[in-house]
Ligand binder design. Structure first.
Ligand code: ADP
Length: 272
């Protein structure tokens, strides 16, 4: 007797499996493309400062070969300084690459401790004060007056410090050229403190907003590279905030500015 039902079920199962396999295959292909792109990006990013340093050092050596006295000391010094700053950039890039690969492997444990966010932001303002001053940018911490007891949170202080330095540094670098204002506001909710870093710069267009968290993604290649970053800062920051079970939200409007926001948990005993 011909019974179509089991056959139909079998056919559906086969089709379903085939579809699942195809999806898995597509995902693997996508990951492979991403990995290849990442490798190409890394090689390119490493070559830029490496070739620059190599160029400066070889120029000095070539001059010495052509002429016994070599370069005049002032020019020689300038070339050595340029070589050194390219090597510093290379060093920062390698450190960032190590950090991101460890974060992505998930081998980094967050060392949670109780600390005061107000004191941390003040410490970072002091660190970046000169850089902001050179661009005529003011740094402000809200709310005023600050809560006298500070705003304790439980998180990895060093890692959060790294995130805040990155966000505030970006807000200065990509903020308004003159009359820039960078505001960090700390708002305590019941269970967490909301941290917002806001600038009044050029802003980021909607199509770039999610992508700025990708490794090496830059909105304007030349301008932002000249600003001196590795292109890994936001990717690293996103990982760190996600390891704290929060996420970074971006609000930005072209011509108005950008705000980056995340939350950190308050210690249990101060929750009301
Ligand atoms: P970079 O080292 O290039 O600063 P990031 O990962 O920190 O790398 O940032 C990625 C890109 O996002 C930057 O190159 C810049 O184009 C854009 N960006 C980041 N922050 C801002 C901001 N506050 N305003 C405008 N653009 C920004």
């Amino acid at each position: 007797l011909f019974r179509p039902e089991p056959l139909k079920r079998l056919r559906d199962e086969i089709l379903e499996t085939a579809e699942r396999r195809q999806q898995e295959f597509d995902e693997l292909k996508r990951l492979q493309v991403l990995r290849r792109e990442f490798l190409a990006d890394v090689s390119h990013e490493l070559k830029t400062p490496l070739f620059a340093a190599q160029g400066f050092v070889h120029t000095i050596l070539d001059e010495e070969e052509d002429d016994e006295d070599g370069m005049d000391p002032a020019t020689r010094r300038k070339f050595l300084q340029k070589a050194a700053s390219s090597l510093d950039a290379l060093d920062t890039l390698v450190q960032d690459l190590v950090t991101i690969s460890q974060l992505e492997k998930g081998v980094v444990r967050m060392r949670r401790q109780r600390f005061d966010l107000v004191a941390l932001v003040q410490e970072i303002f002091e660190l970046l004060e000169q850089q902001a001053g050179r661009r005529g940018t003011t740094l402000t911490l809200f709310p005023t007056p600050l809560p006298e007891a500070g705003l304790p949170v439980v998180a990895d202080r060093n890692r959060i410090r790294q995130v805040l330095i990155n966000l505030i540094d970006n807000a200065i670098k990509y903020g308004r050229e003159t009359g820039g204002q960078v505001v960090v506001s700390l708002v305590a909710g019941r269970e967490s403190v909301r941290v917002t870093v806001r600038d009044n710069g050029a802003g980021i267009a909607p199509e770039h907003q999610a992508r700025v968290f990708e490794r090496f993604y830059r909105v304007e290649k030349s301008r932002t590279r000249a600003a001196g970053g590795t292109g890994l800062g936001l990717a690293i920051s996103k990982h760190i905030i996600e390891a704290h079970k929060s996420n970074i939200r971006i609000k930005s409007a072209v011509g108005e500015g950008t705000a980056m926001e995340f939350k950190l948990p308050r210690p249990k005993e101060v929750r009301v």
